[in-house]
Design a protein around this ligand. Structure first.
Ligand code: AMP
Length: 216
């Protein structure tokens, strides 16, 4: 199974990706995690990315595309993967199309987690508190200034991907405002894995599947 999770920072992509990894034994490919690992390792790419990430801006497409191309070629990605945080621009999505085409692979679904912007800041504050409580280092871009930039980058550069994938008939929109377990059930529903009941979504129901707003 090969999936893309789309949504603004704080939408719950990472949480849902981890859930899917546990349930379906596929790998989570988070470009944010890969870039943070490269920064921590002090590689030239990592050091270049580190400052950009701290400002809440997007790392250049060529850098991220190269990282993903390497990663999906690794043996553990053979059974499938969830892309979390990639693609984030239309050129990245086009590069991904080319990569998959060359490998004769298809995407099974592009899932948008739809959330109201007003709650994102609250969710990220919660993430900061939880990480601090676990004694984990807080992300340098989890600050109000960087978050503002990250949301701006999402609106300007990533939101157009919704139309990009809708145009291909590949987009599934899930209500990301409900609880973690309900979002997970709605995603299972989208994937045809027999999700249970989720509360009514904020939009129109799609093919009677709970929590699924629409397939476009
Ligand atoms: P994330 O962990 O997905 O929130 O990503 C954290 C940061 O890593 C982003 O704010 C960007 O600076 C950088 N980043 C992650 N994925 C990408 C991507 N696909 N394209 C460009 N920059 C990215």
């Amino acid at each position: 199974m090969r999936l893309i999770l789309l949504g603004p920072p704080g939408a719950g992509k990472g949480t849902q990706a981890k859930n899917l990894v546990e349930k379906h034994g596929i790998v989570q490919l988070s470009t944010g995690d890969m870039l943070r690992a490269a920064a921590a390792a002090g590689t030239p790419v990592g050091l270049r990315a580190k400052e950009i990430m701290a400002r809440g801006e997007l790392v250049p497409d060529d850098v991220v595309v190269a990282i993903v191309a390497d990663r999906i070629a690794q043996p553990d990605a053979k059974n499938g993967f969830i892309l979390d945080g990639f693609p984030r621009t239309v050129p990245q999505a086009e590069a991904l199309d080319r990569m998959l085409h060359e490998k004769k692979l298809d995407l099974d679904a592009v899932i948008e987690l739809k959330v109201e912007e007003g709650i994102l800041l609250k969710r990220i504050e919660k993430r900061i508190n939880e990480m601090a409580a676990r004694g984990e280092p807080v992300r340098v871009d989890d600050t109000p200034e960087a978050l503002h930039k990250r949301l701006e980058a999402y609106r300007a550069q990533t939101a157009p991907l919704i139309a990009f994938y809708a145009g291909k008939g590949a987009l599934q929109t899930v209500d990301g405002m409900v609880g973690v377990a309900d979002v997970a059930r709605a995603i299972d529903g989208v994937l045809g894995l027999g999700g249970g009941q989720a509360p009514p979504a904020g939009g129109r129901a799609s093919e009677g599947r709970p929590g699924v707003i629409a397939k476009t």
